[in-house]
Design a protein around this ligand. Structure first.
Ligand code: HEM
Length: 155
């Protein structure tokens, strides 16, 4: 039960301080939140292939959700799945290169609302759950992504 409160808490920015609570120095990646200089979260997520696998599952479940599917009409799924996994990888401190556009530019034309953002976060959380990612590890990634709502939610 408690776990389902997390996306709403993320949306409200309540957990944002967690993103800066990691020990060690942080680096800032273009278009991404501040990410840790170590790769502990990347390792905990199981590496690039594991990240790609839960990202593909996450993407498929968004397409099956009538609230979110319309946003992805006409989008190149293969490309988006790859850049999404690269993005998660970089945010987790992994040795990946994100060559997509920044969050503001990528979402500016979409009219994403708070409810859409929360729905996406829930799908991501459930996909990580299905992949066997421990709850605490899920939360560490979600906390790193939370600040991006400022660039993504426009209405
Ligand atoms: C934590 C939240 C989110 C993250 C980390 C995220 C990440 C990304 C990334 C990395 C891209 C690729 C940009 C590129 O192609 O270069 C992207 C594109 C896109 N995102 Fe998001 N996104 C988030 C939330 C959302 C939400 C809530 C929606 C809609 C409900 C959404 C819809 C889209 C769509 C439709 C594209 C493709 C845009 C296009 O190619 O024209 N995203 N997102």
């Amino acid at each position: 039960m408690k776990r389902h409160l997390l996306p709403a808490a993320l949306m409200l920015g309540l957990l944002t301080p967690l993103a800066g609570a990691q020990t060690g120095p942080t680096v800032v990646v273009a278009g991404a939140a501040a990410v840790p200089a170590d790769d502990k979260l990347y390792q905990a997520l199981g590496g690039r292939d594991a990240i790609q696998a839960f990202t593909n599952d996450f993407y498929a479940s968004m397409l099956a959700d009538p609230r979110l599917a319309p946003f992805f009409d006409g989008i190149n799924a293969k490309h988006l799945q790859r850049v999404l996994a690269d993005y998660f990888c970089v945010v987790a401190g992994g040795p990946c290169v994100y060559d997509g556009v920044g969050m503001k530019d990528a979402h500016a034309h979409l009219g994403v609302g708070k409810g859409d953002f929360n729905a996406l976060v829930e799908h991501l959380q459930r996909a990580m759950d299905r992949a066997g990612v421990p709850f605490a590890t899920q939360n560490r990634l979600l906390a790193r992504l939370a600040p991006s709502h400022r660039d993504i939610v426009t209405r």
